[in-house]
Ligand binder design. Sequence first.
Ligand code: NAD
Length: 333
Amino acid sequence: MAKHKVTLIPGDGTGPDVTRAARIVIDAANAGIEWEVVEAGEAVIDQYGTPLPEHVLESIRRNRVALKGPLTTPVGKGFRSVNVALRKELDLYANLRPAKSLPNVKTRYEDVDILLVRENTEDVYAGIEHMVGKDAAESIKIITRFGCDRIVRFAFELARKEGRHKVTAVHKANIMKCTDGLFLDVAREIAREYPEITFEDRIVDACSMKLVQNPGDFDVLVMPNLYGDILSDLCAGLIGGLGVAPGANIGDQIALFEPVHGSAPKYTGMDKVNPLATILSGVLMLKHLGENEAAARVARAVEAVLTEGKTLTYDLGGSAKSSEMARAIADKL
Ligand code: NAD
């Protein structure tokens, strides 16, 4: 019997391939998920006049949990990013991007285990900018106490729930004394409420170097939007790239899970790209739904297939299709 109704957005490009693969695995985990499939993105623009029709938002608001394939941001057609629009419309203020080393995925490090928390609604990333005449442009960076408070609290609560020991606030408060200064002040205040968790802060440039030199130094990272955008890809690089990097956008009521990667349009319909980023986003989703046992089983099945090394997609050195890798994982469940 279905215990959880979840909105599924297949997405553009390779989205349908990776979400189909995730469904194969999650269904095999028997966690009582019923999918409500709704289409968004390029494919529906002609039909609805928008890549994000109202009934898609309604479905997510009703079910409160969604799994989404990547959506293409059409270039030069005047649409803003559907992904950014979804985060804003649903107030999904926390972007969680875990970076954890996986067996048999060759990288420079074997022991990366970082939870990166990115603020998802403010900062220059909100794109509030305009031309000043034709030879200058201005962008406005807005950081609020409210926005800082809820993202830093999210990071500490996550650290507590996951038994993590340290939270690092990443900023550039030495230069942006008002905006990043406010973020840092709030982070320091909130840290006092969590005495069992070590708190430190790092300037974003120095933090980038340290992440590359010694990722084992980091545990939970929390930062404003733009730094999070950049450092989360850096962290994805530490664990094997976009094919294996999951993500979640979380608000107080609603959570939307999606791979970090985009629609990789050149592989559309080829059933070829790595489905792990979406499957691991599904693991985050199962945990969010309280299906911890199913989440752990899927994570173990993924590790087993990686360790065996027989059914891997091209980016991991194999030649399996997305769906073949998904079935191999499902068979382990
Ligand atoms: P992309 O992530 O789609 O692809 C870049 C390259 O990374 C691909 O060509 C491929 O070589 C590799 N790659 C990506 N996903 C992979 C996977 N699962 N397995 C193996 N290799 C993989 O980035 P892009 O080409 O810059 O963006 C394409 C479109 O996706 C754009 O329209 C962009 O706006 C959109 N996008 C959407 C999201 C989202 O939906 N959240 C995120 C990023 C980009």
